[in-house]
Design a protein. Sequence first.
Length: 329
Amino acid sequence: MPSAVAVQETAASTRAGAGAVSLTEVGRAFASPTGTREVLQGVDIRIAPGEILSVIGPSGCGKSTLLRLIAGLDAPSTGSIAVDGTSISDTDERTAVAFQEPRLLPWRTLAQNVELGLPRETQRSGAGRRAGRERVRELLHLVGLDHAADQRPREVSGGMAQRASLARALARNPDVLLLDEPFGALDALTRLRMQDLLLDIHAAQPTTIVLVTHDVEEALYLGDRVLLLRSLHAPAVDAPAAEVRARVLALGSGAGIGASGAALPAAVERHLAPPAPAASAGSIARVVTVPGTRPRDRADRTLADLRATLLEGLGVPTHHHQLASKENR
Ligand SMILES: Nc1ncnc2c1ncn2[C@@H]1O[C@H](COP(=O)(O)OP(=O)(O)OP(=O)(O)O)[C@@H](O)[C@H]1O
Ligand SMILES: [Mg+2]
């Protein structure tokens, strides 16, 4: 993988100060058999040019929906979204998206796939095409794929395919890069490397990044801020916990605890109960500013504390605070 210095040399310049994203009271509801179903509500946040905003939240809370809205692939039901003060459209070339699956065309080489991300005018004219080829070469170098330019997606590893996907998203030199769990399908080590690659790219080409991730550590390692979304439909998300609860009750009924409908011991209940939803609040549960500057120390204590807080915000008990206070004794 290229060093930050190599990345610096090959990166194209981004428009300085561009890429401010503002979401004003954004909501999205979908038609459902039982009426409309609200997925996002009252999402109000300003993202600064060059900022990395991590977005986390339980499955189904609307993270991908939010990203699609910012990309202009979907329109909000209420509120508005603007990049640098103007509203976005579905053909907006100021934004680019990469997903968990690389979504490369299997019959094209990696270079040809990256080429597809170039702005349309670059793909058409003769001079533009030459510049385009040069840009593709630079991008492949940026993501450490010089040697694999002529390989096809099925001939390369998952991490390599994902790097090609990232290069394709960067090809149009976007002001705002939208990433939906981009490293979610990769093994743990490749994932850590991809995180550092993303930071190298960002240092060289500081676009605004909105990164949806399931990984709280990743959110804190990469983000300037972490946006924690809540589910407006907590019971559906908590279905597995409800199942566990039912099984514990069934087991306990023979031993004299928790006949159907009765309370479980508090210690068990604590692990199963979802966090109580605030009655009137919207989708944003919390916005956390991550202290310190990147690259961050993965073993930092403050980050570990924040990680525990965010996990608890996601309804995952960590015992971290108990452990920390024991250690301090
Ligand atoms: N086009 C659509 N029509 C109807 N419902 C939709 C549509 N798109 C998304 N939804 C619903 O919106 C909710 C949020 O979906 P979304 O994909 O944004 O969740 P997510 O937070 O990205 O989840 P995950 O972490 O599992 O990827 C889901 O209940 C989903 O079924
Ligand atoms: Mg999603």
